[in-house]
Design a protein around this ligand. Structure first.
Ligand code: FE2
Ligand code: FE2
Length: 282
């Protein structure tokens, strides 16, 4: 059996200290095979927020993969955003967007966070052809019979008109991953957990979202997903401090444009902040 802890949206700067301590205690006691983090490590990609996130992740002392979220790109500095977006992830660079190979199981990253895109809401996801090609090539290179999980920040869902899609290129990516019989696409960004099956022209594919370990909760308390893989069969349990049963923690649909309520003390984006133009989401 392979046991993985999937966490997301830590949002250092507005982290939930009690939830993080609880999680770290569980990791120490239960020793999962790996911890998968699907993005939004920080609130504003500030140096001090990254430093706190990197310290906390480093102290987990176990195999970890990290995706980058829309909140992890330099927020107030468009030059930095374009030219060295990951400069502040010091100490954990080697964990970012890396493939993790466990016995019989591979965790393959898919980049959905765009530095720039031709629409105003930069918080949304975008799977470029290049990013998808890289992920697909990594999957195709795995030994036959490997159970594959894909990690990304944004759920690969396109809803509404093209401009309002949660993740541009998401449907195409889901189809390519379904074609390769990927066991699950693990994402964050929504701040509520879900475990849904999406049909594609290439067959069904499972989309699994983790909640948040920050104060920016949406409709459920802080949580993470415990994944168990036994002979290729994947089960998900949403663990949370309040011990709410998994079915009650999981939302029934992926919202295309969900804004978590502002947490107590959360600052309003300063006037003139560039970019994004829209208020920060997720
Ligand atoms: Fe996000
Ligand atoms: Fe988030």
């Amino acid at each position: 059996m392979t046991r993985l802890f999937h966490i997301s949206d830590l949002h250092f700067g507005l982290e939930d200290r009690a939830a993080l301590d609880w999680f770290k205690g569980l990791v120490r006691r239960e020793q999962p095979d790996a911890v998968l983090i699907t993005g939004d490590l920080t609130m504003r990609a500030r140096t001090r927020e990254f430093a706190a996130a990197c310290d906390w992740i480093g102290a987990l002392d176990m195999p970890v993969t990290v995706e980058v979220g829309n909140h992890d790109l330099p927020y107030f500095n468009p030059i930095a955003r374009f030219f060295y977006p990951y400069r502040r992830i010091r100490g954990i660079e080697r964990l970012v967007e890396r493939e993790l190979d466990l016995p019989g199981v591979a965790v393959v990253p898919l980049k959905t966070t765009a530095r720039a895109q031709w629409r105003l809401d930069w918080s949304k996801g975008w799977v470029t052809k290049k990013a998808l090609a890289r992920t697909v090539a990594a999957i195709d290179a795995l030994p036959a019979g490997t159970t594959v999980l894909v990690t990304a920040h944004h759920p690969l869902v396109e809803a509404g008109t093209r401009g309002r899609a949660l993740t541009r290129g998401g449907a195409r990516a889901l189809q390519a991953l379904a074609e390769r019989r990927v066991a699950g696409v693990l994402t964050g960004h929504v701040h509520d957990a879900f475990d849904l099956v999406q049909s594609t022209p290439a067959g069904p594919i499972r989309m699994i979202g983790a909640g948040t370990l920050s104060q920016r909760i949406r409709s459920t308390p802080p949580s993470f997903n415990e994944l168990r893989l036994v002979d290729g069969a994947l089960s998900v349990r949403v663990r949370n401090v309040e011990k709410v049963p998994t079915p009650d923690m999981q939302i029934a649909d992926v919202p295309s444009d969900a804004l978590p309520p502002r947490a107590p003390g959360e600052p309003v984006a300063p006037v003139g902040a560039v970019p994004p133009v829209d208020p920060p989401v997720h």
